[in-house]
Design a protein around this ligand. Sequence first.
Ligand code: MOS
Length: 732
Amino acid sequence: MASYIGSATSRIDGRAKVTGEAKYAGEFNVAGLVHGYVVDSAIPKGRIVRIDTSGALGVAGVIDVLTHRNRPQMADKDDAYKDEAAPEKGSPYRPLYDDRILFSGQPLALVLAEDWETARVAASLVKIEYQKEPHVTDLQAERAKAFAIDKPEKPRGDAGKAFASAAVRHAAEYFIPTEHHNPMELFASTVIWDNGQLTVYDKTQGVQNVQQYLCGVFKMKADEVRVMSPYMGGGFGSGLRPQYQVVLAALAARALKRPVRVMLSRAQMYALGHRPASIERLALGANSGGTLEAMTHEAIAVTSQFEEFARNDTGWGNLLYKTPNAKFEHTLVKLDVPTSCDMRAPGAATGVYALECAMDELAVALKTDPVQLRLQCYSDRDQGGDIPYTSKQLRECYRQGAAAFGWDKRKAEPRSMREGNDLVGWGMASGVWEALQMPTTVRIVLTANGHAEVATAASDIGTGTYTIMAQVAADMLGLPIDNISVKLGDSTLPQCPLEGGSWIASSVCNAIANTARAVRDDLLKLAIGMKDSPLAGAGVDDVALIDGKIVSKRDAAHAVSIASAMQAGNADRITREEANKVAEDKSHARNVHSAIFAEVKVDEQLGVIRVTRVVNAVAAGRILNPKTAHSQVMGGVVWGIGMALHEETLFDHRYGRVMNANIAEYHVPVNADVHDIKVIFVDEPDQIVNPLGIKGLGEIGIVGVAAAIANAVYHATGKRVRDLPITLDKVV
Ligand code: MOS
């Protein structure tokens, strides 16, 4: 039987998704459903003096309006979010908690009505009187107030001194604006109330996380709340934390003892977490031989007034480039905005953008080819921990990426390549991300008819988790993939972490392998118990499951069909639940890498920039499904185009409000912006990272892409634009 692992398998949930059979959190309908519409704050800071809900309550069909004055009880304390490694476990912020206004767009009232349009109209009639207070929303204006936070990247040597005496130096500041995730699906929660029990359909990347969070907020017992999220229309990190609409929907359902749905508007999505604006300062010093002597990376990023949220922007250079002297600093500025959150490759998308532009500028200063410079500075060790990698095929990424792109035909001089009115630019960058694994339990139920159900409380945020789970289970159980059904997105299923950090593939699939081994063990015991068993004396690792049979690895003629083993043992099913083993071993760095090559064409008169070609060569361990993996990386590249050229959440700082809170004015790439994208997966066997050699690739696709494009724009135009996005006004 052909192996499913490694084959380009189409999504097993594809049909459900394109036919509408797949239901999303805001699509679960029940009789008597109450619709909630959020009234949000028009000011960024101050207090609510008065809320007049009489107009809204006078509308026929309105059931109630909840505000901080009349809301039911909720717990005021929640320290789970203070876990620095896992702030998504909660939030210090409670909707409708009190009269304080902490950011523009903050929910201040929830209008509940018999239908959605009624709730929406009535919401427009809620009158709020504010007591305004001075606010700050501009990072550049507030940067002097930045304070350092404790981050693990320790200094090496004396970067300041080494930089000062370096033969060739480059120092500059790069800027990344606030960006929003903009998933297609709006945040929504449908909460079914049944005699105090809550069934919650939520848009989330972690059903068990939301379940635990709601239990904390409402002091409910674990078995009183069930959270489901079978499908998700894009998350990208925005659904890692429980969002406030799930609290509001649960609050209202408990108050009304009725089912309630709360769905946010597109504009309200801009008052959630986001990629924080950041200023990244890089200082690189090289000796005349073209290797690094000093690296300093300092980030100034935004957080809210009520919470310190930060990711690693600055440490990535330790993983890529060898240098004896290095210094890293991460500082935060508190603004009157919602707390930022993880957004695809948080920290790396921004930090590596700056690092890789700086390396390009250093290459220019050294008159060295940018790929050559990276090879000269290549680090075979993670210098932070001074440890080797489980695997690192980045050299091969550079080689294969450059070959596929035709990099050897590049003329070094800026503005030296043309095509009619267009200046042609070629740029490149490196990418790096983590290869993590988290504790996960998987249940397999194998029935005598040769069907298996594989279950864990994962979410499939659109990445293809359903499909890889089926592929791996089919291989491990020796069954055709059509005989596998996958269950996920339900908090009552076996324990699974959030779908984030690119760790779900490695975590879930290694857990499937362990559970499948346990199933095989059970089957083998049944087979051995048979009279004159051809498998007598075999151990669990001496046999494999192939084509519905338990087969001796030593002699394939020694085999027992699964059906007859189960029949002999009088079993109609085998149920096992096992976890993966997460290595405590700190002796190796676990990372994925990439090399990105981009071509831009810039209209010399108009400044219009088109990204005409991108090659992204990725080394991410074993690729389970080249088709869905290709889609992941291609999507990352498209997002990188948006980051480089389009995306920017714009504030009117006078009012402290987002001006472009819609996808007409918050620009993301459309089909016309996306041309030729080639994805290469570099072979990277890895025996150390985890038993199946899986590294994950949800996030690596975006890392470095904006830098490669920015470097290409420089090569085309001779103009170095360090502030994203690179809009045409910055290059003409
Ligand atoms: Mo990802 S930012 O961990 O969803």
